[in-house]
Design a protein around this ligand. Structure first.
Ligand code: HEM
Length: 127
């Protein structure tokens, strides 16, 4: 692992590490009683693949995201700020469990925070 690399994707361990983090993150999410109901009818394999692509791309890795636009896919699901915060906590715990450094976890969480309005619809809907 090259800790001098400028890209967050590489600093987090590259493709293998991020795949493992995504897998672990959704295990935590599917076992969280507050989040599990949102994912009841979802194709987990596609979700993990698309989330890997999205995060790899968001963390400046050499990957293109081929999934749905974030606002469209999360719209009208009743996702609120508290759900978003739990989701981010599970991401952070999964990243730490796979050896991510705290400075890199912080940067990743900062990046995720930029998508909050798209996920919760806060920019369109009040409450
Ligand atoms: C920064 C936070 C988040 C990111 C980056 C994110 C990203 C994604 C991505 C990339 C997909 C796959 C889109 C596709 O299949 O084309 C997805 C699907 C989904 N997300 Fe999120 N998500 C986030 C937070 C959340 C939260 C907080 C919830 C609910 C509590 C949620 C619920 C869902 C559900 C239910 C789907 C599946 C939709 C379907 O297949 O019909 N997401 N998300």
């Amino acid at each position: 692992m090259n800790h001098d690399s400028p890209e967050l994707f590489d600093r987090m361990g590259g493709a293998d590490a991020l795949s493992a983090i995504v897998q672990d993150m959704y295990e935590r999410i599917f076992n969280d009683p507050q989040l599990a109901p949102f994912f009841k009818h979802v194709q987990a394999d596609r979700l993990r693949k698309m989330q890997y692509e999205f995060l790899a791309s968001a963390f400046q890795g050499p990957v293109n995201y081929t999934g749905a636009e974030l606002t469209a896919i999360h719209h009208n699901r009743g996702i609120h700020a508290a759900h978003f915060a739990l989701f981010c906590t599970h991401f952070a715990e999964a990243a730490r469990a796979h050896g991510a450094k705290e400075v890199d976890v912080d940067q990743a969480l900062g990046q995720l925070a930029t998508y909050k309005d798209k996920i919760t619809g806060d920019s369109n809907v009040d409450g």
